[in-house]
Structures are given as C-alpha cells and as structure tokens.
Write a protein that binds this ligand. Structure first.
Ligand SMILES: Cc1cc2nc3c(=O)[nH]c(=O)nc-3n(C[C@H](O)[C@H](O)[C@H](O)COP(=O)(O)O)c2cc1C
Length: 303
C-alpha cells in the first residue's frame, strides 16, 4: 500500500479555532483526512513558545541547528514542517501580510538553507535546501481578511509564493476568504451565524433596521440566505481538501466557491458598522474606560 500523504498545518491567527481562518482551515484539513491523508499536527502559533531569529548565522556552521532554545528547536518543528508532504500555512491578513507570530516562525525556516549563494536561470538568488528538507513537497495558503475584495490577498500571496520558492515547494493552491467576519462573528464566537436570530444577536440590530438603512430587497435576502452560503463556503473548503489528496490539485471552481461573495459590498459595510457600533455601546455600558486605562499603561511603561 502506498504511504499516506503526511500533512502539517500551522494557524497564525491569535484567535485560533474561534477565528475566521480556522473556519476554512479546519474543514479543509478534515477533507484531506477523509481522502486518506494523515494530518500529523494542527499547530496553533499561540501555543508555541518561540523566540525571533537573532540573525547570528550559527546555523550555517552546524548543519542547520539553531542556537535558540525554545519549543521550535526542542520539538524540531521546522524539521518536521520542512519534511511534510503538504505544508498548510494559514493566516489572517494582518496589515496586508502574515500575522507577526507566523512571520517569526517563517523566519526560523532560515535554518533550512545551505551556506552558499546560487543563482537561478531567471536571475533570482537562492540557497539550496539541506538534505533533510523534502524537495518537491506541496504547500497551501489558507487566508482570511476583513476587506470585501480578494485583491486584499495580493501581498500575502506574494510572500507565500516566495516562501515556497525558497523552500523548493510547489504552491498548490490558496484558499482565500474575504469579508471573513461573517464566518466567525465580529466578537470571535464560532459559527455565530447559525440562524437569523443568532445573526440579529451578533450585530445587535434587527433585519428591519438593516432594511431601513436603504438596502435593497435583494441585499436583505442575501443576508437571510447567509447561513446557506456560509455552509457552501465551508463545504467547498472540505471538498478542496479531498481533491488535493485524491487528485493532487484543487479545481478552480472549488477555489472560487471558497472565495464567493457573501453579500454586496454596501450590505457588508453596513453590517460591519452596526456590529462595531454595538461593540462600542456595550463597552461604554460596562464602563471599561479603555482610553484612560491604556493611556496610563503606556505612560508607566519603560521601553
Ligand atoms: C492587527 C490587524 C490587522 C489587520 N489587517 C487587515 C488588513 O490589512 N486587511 C484586511 O482586509 N483585514 C485586516 N484585518 C482583519 C483580519 O484579517 C480578519 O478579521 C481576519 O478574518 C481575522 O481572522 P481570524 O479570525 O482567524 O483571526 C486585520 C485585523 C487585525 C486585528
């Protein structure tokens, strides 16, 4: 029997399983398992005790061993990820790129390069990978962002392409989920839009007042149809996992279904504004005095 495809995933969202990124990542990994892959590890970046690369370059002198002593080196995380058949990198878009902790982890892949400088035929400088790196493995990017449009993923996609180029992995696909907060709820509750009542609770308004904001009947209808559309998005993510393991690739139609628009822009913007307004109202009610407290903290801290 052929060896099972070995998969490792890393989720760079600070919200972990409560977040929108996980709402795509988890069904995708489940789909891979259904198709017979072995998902060895689902890593959450917040659980890793990790220091940033200091740039000491000592890994050049000792076959890629890092001098930092933390769980990345103790648990040989880079070696394990670099040896996987499929590496799934998941991150929300933070300031157009990976989240900070994920970028810190990606920097630690520096140890995978040989101490040499080469040039490819296209003129790009590169370092060959060490023998323990799996050559020709696959990689997938899973990402979510708050912006309505998929263009918001341009920079994170470029970073991922470059990471794959460096690691000599094929970037098989990118599962991109824009206007993602509809999947996780603005307060981070999982699958908060279970039904219309949950939606009303989430945004703190009723459909009537949404309608009164001047939205068309079709926008209101797509709001009501959200539960079904979100189900389709998650189903497409699961199907993407099955396809990747079974066929070695994901169809463009499946990727489009993951990224499909869930609401017209105006309706999404309204919903987001209402939800943020609701958050602010609740914070004021609780008398958190956020501005005052954070100001004091900044004043008292030595940098
Ligand atoms: C610090 C920070 C920076 C962000 N930067 C962007 C951004 O540049 N573009 C964007 O569309 N969304 C941005 N977002 C929104 C997140 O990408 C979005 O809410 C994402 O789905 C969160 O995923 P998660 O729930 O898995 O953490 C940002 C959010 C935070 C907290």
């Amino acid at each position: 029997m052929a060896d099972r495809v070995r998969v490792i995933s890393i989720n760079g969202s600070p919200r972990g399983d409560r977040g929108a990124t996980a709402a795509i990542l988890n069904p995708f990994l489940d789909g891979m398992e259904e198709a017979g892959a072995e998902v060895e590890q689902r890593i959450w970046v917040n659980r890793i005790e990790m220091q940033p690369c200091t740039g000491c370059l000592k890994c050049y002198c000792n076959d890629g061993e890092c001098t930092l002593k933390d769980s990345v080196s103790n648990e040989r995380l880079i070696q394990r990820m670099a040896g996987s058949d499929i590496l799934v990198i998941a991150s929300p878009v933070f300031s157009h790129g990976f989240t900070g902790p994920l970028k810190t982890l990606i920097d630690r892949f520096f140890v995978t390069g040989q101490p040499e400088v080469k040039r490819r035929s296209n003129g790009q400088t590169y370092r060959r990978r060490r023998d323990w790196v799996k050559h020709g493995g696959k990689a997938v990017l899973v990402s979510s962002c708050a912006a309505w449009e998929v263009g918001m993923f341009d920079l994170i996609l470029t970073s991922m392409r470059q990471f794959c180029f460096d690691q000599e992995r094929e970037l098989s696909a990118a599962l991109l989920r824009p206007h993602s907060q509809l999947l996780s709820g603005i307060r981070g509750k999982p699958s908060v839009i279970g039904n219309l009542r949950a939606l009303v609770r989430m945004v703190g308004v009723d459909i009537g007042s949404f309608f009164k904001r001047g939205h068309t009947l079709s926008a209101t209808q797509s709001l009501i149809g959200l539960k079904k559309s979100i189900g389709e998005v998650k189903g497409a993510a699961r199907e993407a996992g099955r396809q990747l393991v079974r066929d070695g690739k994901i169809s463009p139609e499946t990727l489009e279904a993951v990224s499909q628009p869930l609401l017209p822009f105006e309706a999404y913007a309204s919903l987001a504004e209402m939800a943020i307004g609701d958050l602010q109202k609740k914070a004021r009610k609780r008398g958190q005095g956020l501005e005052k407290r954070s100001g004091e903290r900044v004043k008292n801290r030595k940098i």
